[in-house]
Ligand binder design. Structure first.
Ligand code: VGL
Ligand code: ZN
Length: 210
């Protein structure tokens, strides 16, 4: 059982229309995380949302690479980059949070992936592993010691956010039923392996108490 403390933060990753059924990068049952997150959020003193927020023509879009298709991989300046369908384009409906997400108390929204030539899976560092979003400093200044991770996609943005949270020295917990995965190139299995290698704590929302 995980008892919520004053120094906990809930990280709600990319619960946006494009990652839900009907969206441009739809994750199976992506919208199923919404009621789970709505139930958890009021328990946790600090809540941070992230919003994938790409300009049109972003480097992570297959449409920006002639001859490439979504889910192909290319090599870019910072290493391998999976290519995605156009998604979460700034100011579009697909980039909006799911309409049923109810977290008015959240005070911080981290937008990521807005640099045209760098993708950003993690809420902490962009995919070049060098460009910071500033989230570590925000959480430290607020006295946060533990980060509870939820949202989309389990094996992409939730995975890299949780790993970076742990690397930054925060106790880190992943709430599995508050996440859904995209599973490109065996990424679901890779995420599970990585979580177990790093000793990351994976729990169910029922294991969390006020
Ligand atoms: C994500 C692929 C591309 C995510 C974002 O939120 O997991 N996945 N952009
Ligand atoms: Zn994206």
């Amino acid at each position: 059982m995980i008892e919520i403390r004053e120094t906990d933060a809930l990280l709600v990753i990319d619960v946006q229309n494009d990652f839900c059924p009907g969206g441009n990068l739809a994750i199976a049952e992506g919208d199923a995380v919404v009621p789970v997150i709505n139930r958890l959020a009021p328990l946790v003193p600090t809540v941070v949302l992230t919003q994938d927020w790409h300009p049109a023509g972003h480097l992570s879009f297959a449409s920006s690479h002639p001859g490439k298709a979504p889910f192909d991989t290319v090599t870019v300046g910072y290493g391998d980059q999976v290519l995605w369908p156009d998604h979460c384009i700034q100011l579009t409906e697909g980039a909006e949070f799911h309409a049923d997400l109810r977290i008015p108390q959240a005070q911080m929204v981290i937008r990521k992936g807005f640099r045209p030539a760098i993708d950003s899976y993690s809420a902490f560092f962009e995919n070049d592993k060098a460009t910071s979003t500033g989230l570590t400093g925000y959480l430290r200044e607020r006295g946060v010691t533990r980060v509870i991770c939820t949202g989309l996609a389990y094996d992409v943005c939730v995975r890299y956010s949780a790993e970076d949270a742990q690397a930054a020295g925060f106790e880190t917990v992943i709430v599995k039923d508050a996440c859904r995965g995209v599973n490109a190139h065996g990424s679901l299995e890779a995420a599970e392996q990585s979580f177990s290698d790093r000793g990351l704590t994976v729990v169910d929302s029922g294991d969390i108490a006020a």
